[in-house]
Ligand binder design. Structure first.
Ligand code: HEC
Length: 233
């Protein structure tokens, strides 16, 4: 529907003599070639523009967290209790309830070794890494190691992580390349990740068993090997 502005222009030309424009004339050509002449008073156009500008301003948000005007309150303020909202119906006053004590998530096998030296030795002796030693798994181990361990143990595993070097973390993190750690099997590292050791906290709740094995594998097969070749040079 091409809008022909020639009439509008003609009107503009008349402006010189008339001083004011009262109407904006537009001839609009419809699909079947018919022409319709429309007259819009300047006032109408002015109000239309004003309404458009007003709508645009109103729909701007004050900040990224609110939707500005709230026309349908029910959609913003839920009638149901939200997960983290207080709830008078429960004795502990919360909506989200913890699982019943002793609940075991589907697909998880509870870890049977405790955070003691005896159990660490037992775990090292009894557990076997079920994860295949492949490039993809080692790569995943590297990614997870760099996220969960490197800040303390260092990217090379030498215990010189960022947090320790810049003195944010005072206790020396273990050197994963030591004689002792090179002799210990992957299961020993798996145990330490799962329940922690000494001052180091557990990481079992943050990492899936498979990821823990992949990290142990990465330490054994990449970091410790790199250390050996570096020493041999
Ligand atoms: C917040 C710092 C920190 C993080 C993160 C951390 N560790 Fe540790 N780690 C330590 C400290 C400190 C020790 C020494 C504990 C002690 O001697 O009491 C240690 C000890 C260890 C040991 C035992 C070393 C030995 O000589 O017996 C292993 C194995 C280990 N960490 C592996 C890991 C792995 C794998 C990760 C990542 C999943 C990790 N740690 C994450 C601080 C950390």
């Amino acid at each position: 529907m091409p809008i022909q502005f020639n009439k509008l222009l003609q009107n503009m030309a008349k402006l010189n003599n008339k001083q004011t424009i009262r109407f904006l004339d537009m001839s609009i050509e419809t699909k079947n070639g018919l022409k319709t002449d429309r007259k819009y008073s300047v006032k109408t156009v002015f109000f239309l523009v004003l309404i458009l500008a007003g709508t645009m301003l109103m729909s701007c948000d004050y900040n990224r967290k609110t939707t500005g005007w709230d026309f349908a309150g029910d959609m913003i303020n839920s009638n149901a209790y939200e997960t983290y909202s207080p709830n008078p119906n429960f004795a502990n006053g919360r909506t989200m309830q913890p699982p019943v004590p002793g609940t075991i998530p589907r697909g998880t096998i509870p870890y049977q070794y405790k955070k003691t030296d005896e159990d660490r030795a037992l775990a090292a002796q009894n557990l076997v890494n079920p994860v295949e030693n492949t490039a993809v798994n080692l790569e995943r181990g590297k990614v997870a190691y760099n996220i969960y361990c490197a800040q303390c143990h260092g990217e090379k595993g030498d215990g010189q992580g960022r947090l320790f070097v810049n003195k944010k973390y005072n206790y020396p993190p273990g050197n994963l390349l030591s004689e002792k750690m090179r002799t210990n099997p992957e299961a020993d590292i798996y145990h330490v990740i799962t329940v922690g050791w000494g001052i180091m906290g557990e990481h079992g709740s943050m990492l899936s068993p498979n990821d823990r094995w992949k990290i142990a594998m990465y330490i054994k097969h990449e970091l410790q090997k790199n250390e050996l070749t570096a020493n041999a040079k």
